[in-house]
Write a protein that binds this ligand. Structure first.
Ligand code: LIP
Length: 262
């Protein structure tokens, strides 16, 4: 893998955290059988993964700022650069023994995400991208799909659970979209939804009520794979608004129109 020094640091941190999570994931499956408080276990697993990532990144770049799902925000001496980290995206999948979760690490520079790594440790798929260097999965270059007909497209989303986020809006989106496309998937890990759009596995993805750490790394991977990105409402910034829509070039406009209800 040919990336910058920063990217190498991010990949090393993601692999190290991934190894720790894979170990815990084996145990979480056993815990399900013995039905011992898995919620606590998962928070220990993701706290430990965040500890590993923070140690790696902050040792290598001590002046950068930090935003992590488990440890919150810390300003760095360098106000222009910040790590944005979700140590375990897809926590509910992890907890249920479903091998669909990932480590997500992004680097922001002057408000723009310039590098991102999404590591699916269970499948050893390392998705990564850097501004101007393209998007990659392990050593293979990524490109969004070339599909141009909505009826051939598969789209992913996240449906808010247990009172989180605007469920009625998402249900209305589904009612408009499902009759005109080949399928909608809800796999429960936003970082992987974005990586899969970059890989051409999905043709688009949208979600409301999502956190910056769930999507920061995935957004640069989509952008570098040739995908288009915006907020759901006109003029919204995805990272600030927590609402995002991405797609391949051919389907982005018709897809966004449907989601916007236009
Ligand atoms: C989750 C996402 C999921 C989304 C949830 C949640 P977590 O992240 O990736 O796809 O629908 O709202 O944010 O909590 O597992 O890191």
């Amino acid at each position: 893998m040919q990336g910058s020094a920063n990217l190498n640091v991010m990949i090393k941190a993601a692999r190290k955290a991934g190894r720790s999570l894979v170990k815990d994931f084996r145990e979480v499956e056993n815990l399900q059988v013995s039905s011992k408080g898995p919620g606590d276990f998962v928070s220990r697993a993701d706290r430990e993964a965040e500890r590993i990532i923070k140690e790696e990144l902050m040792t290598a770049r001590p002046t950068y700022g930090w935003l992590g799902e488990e440890t919150g925000e810390t300003d760095g001496q360098d106000p222009t650069r910040r790590w944005i980290v979700d140590p375990l995206d897809g926590t509910t999948n992890f907890l249920h023994g479903l091998p669909h979760w990932a480590v997500s690490i992004a680097l922001e520079h002057k408000g723009e995400i310039v590098s991102g790594v999404v590591y699916d440790a269970a499948k050893d798929e390392m998705f990564w991208a850097e501004k101007g260097a393209g998007a990659w999965m392990n050593d293979s270059r990524l490109r969004v799909s070339g599909r141009r007909q909505m009826i051939e497209g598969i789209f992913a989303t996240g449906v808010p659970f247990a009172g989180r986020g605007p469920l009625p809006a998402t249900l209305q989106d589904l009612a408009r979209l499902m009759p005109v496309c080949a399928g909608v998937r809800r796999w429960g890990a936003a970082a992987l939804d974005l990586a899969y759009v970059a890989a051409g596995r999905y043709d688009g993805y949208w979600e409301r009520g999502i956190n910056a750490w769930d999507m920061a790394a995935g957004l640069v991977i989509v952008r570098e794979a040739g995908g288009l990105i915006s907020g759901i409402r006109e003029g919204q910034d995805p990272l600030e608004s927590g609402s995002v829509i991405v797609g391949n070039e051919g389907l982005f406009e018709p897809f966004r129109k449907i989601i916007r209800g236009a």
